[in-house]
Design a protein around this ligand. Structure first.
Ligand code: H2U
Ligand code: ZN
Length: 347
């Protein structure tokens, strides 16, 4: 379904964020010029002597990276959070609250090869990334309230380096998004007896029109309430609270699904697709039946490799608004090929 004109401006509710999204599909009917095609980045070297993430490279402060051959984690040299939380000053007034915040920031290099992306990693290597994500969550959630695994990809999203890598930030308190997702999922379970996102995955499977990919273990949809033009959400097919809870079969399948999804994104405008993405799952280690593990993928591109959605004006001051109906975005992503870049194939 493409139904731009068919849909008058309306708003859709995001029950996970407890927010509305304005969908004004009929506002403009812009010509579609992104015809897909091969997603070919300028050919990067296997190793870049100027890259601080490559094996053997020197980082800020002079530390030298080991000759790693798989996913490799190091403590961020410029951490936003530190393990020793010191408040410094007490709150001066109830309206000027400040609290200590402890944490750790790590960088996770997905693979030694500078020229590959998560989209194009060989399957076995992508699977090792899934294990690294789960391992980081398992280790850090015994000490911290929240572990955020995420990746910024591409200059447009502020990534400082094309070497395939993500980040892990662990914090002693729940960040805002975790607080609201915990609240909405708990309320939904209390009211309906069902997990919000398990029920949502069933609804999307049934509807079909926002499904991008469906496998035995995973479902990829453009959420009904998506904010970003080609936003997707990756959901397990069974109730899973946290990354470490994933079975071997689910991890294998996830590695494959991630690659397939991200290559489709790359093919959409014929460029390595920029995005921010990250995992949300239950905090801590206690049973949390209201929580369903999920991955949010937020890509900024709207109409071409260079025309992006800006979250400005009305979005900042009032409400997120989108023109492209989520159903149309899902249809375009579902129609993309999944072939690898020639750099990956040639390796
Ligand atoms: P981004 O590309 O998403 O910015 O992640 C790279 C991280 O690497 C960034 O958080 C860190 C930056 O602080 N970094 C180091 O830890 N050491 C360095 O020598 C350079 C960059
Ligand atoms: Zn590199």
């Amino acid at each position: 379904m493409t139904g731009g004109e068919a849909q008058p401006p309306h708003r859709r509710f995001d029950p996970l964020a407890d927010e509305w999204v304005l969908v004004s599909a009929g506002r403009t009917r812009r010509p579609w010029r992104g015809e897909g095609g091969a997603a070919e980045p300028p050919r990067a070297p296997l190793r870049d002597p100027d890259c601080y993430l490559c094996p053997g490279a020197a980082r800020a402060g002079g530390t030298r990276n080991p000759e790693y051959d798989g996913p490799w984690v190091f403590a961020n040299d410029f951490p936003a959070l530190r393990p020793d939380a010191v408040n410094g000053q007490p709150s001066a007034h109830p309206l000027l609250r400040r609290d200590p915040q402890a944490g750790e920031c790590r960088v996770l290099c997905y693979a030694p090869r500078h020229d590959l992306t998560l989209a194009n990693l060989p399957l076995a290597d992508a699977r090792r990334v899934v294990d690294a994500w789960a391992g980081q969550v398992a280790e850090l959630s015994s000490r911290y309230a929240w572990v955020q695994v995420f990746e910024n990809r591409g200059e447009m999203m502020g990534a400082s380096n094309p070497h395939p890598h993500g980040q892990v930030w662990a914090s002693s308190t729940l960040p805002n998004t975790a607080v609201s997702e915990d609240r909405t999922q708990a309320a939904h379970l209390a009211q309906t007896g069902r997990s919000l996102l398990v029920a949502y995955a069933e609804v999307e499977t049934e509807a079909g029109e926002r499904v991008v990919l469906a496998t035995d273990h995973w479902l990829v949809v453009v959420p009904f309430w998506a904010r970003w033009p080609f936003e997707t959400m990756v959901l397990p097919r069974r109730a899973v609270q946290r990354l470490p809870d994933l079975t071997d079969a689910e991890r294998d399948d996830l590695a494959d699904v991630m690659g397939r999804l991200l290559r489709r994104c790359d093919h959409l405008f014929g460029v390595p697709f920029p995005y921010s993405m990250g995992w949300h799952g239950a905090s801590g280690t206690a049973d949390a039946p209201h929580w369903q593990l999920h991955l949010h993928v937020y890509p900024p591109l709207l109409r071409s490799a260079t025309v992006r959605k800006h979250m400005v004006g009305y979005e900042l001051l009032a409400n997120v608004q989108r023109d492209l109906p989520p159903e149309e975005a899902a249809g375009r992503l579902a129609a993309q090929p999944e072939q690898r870049s020639t750099a990956a194939v040639a390796s």
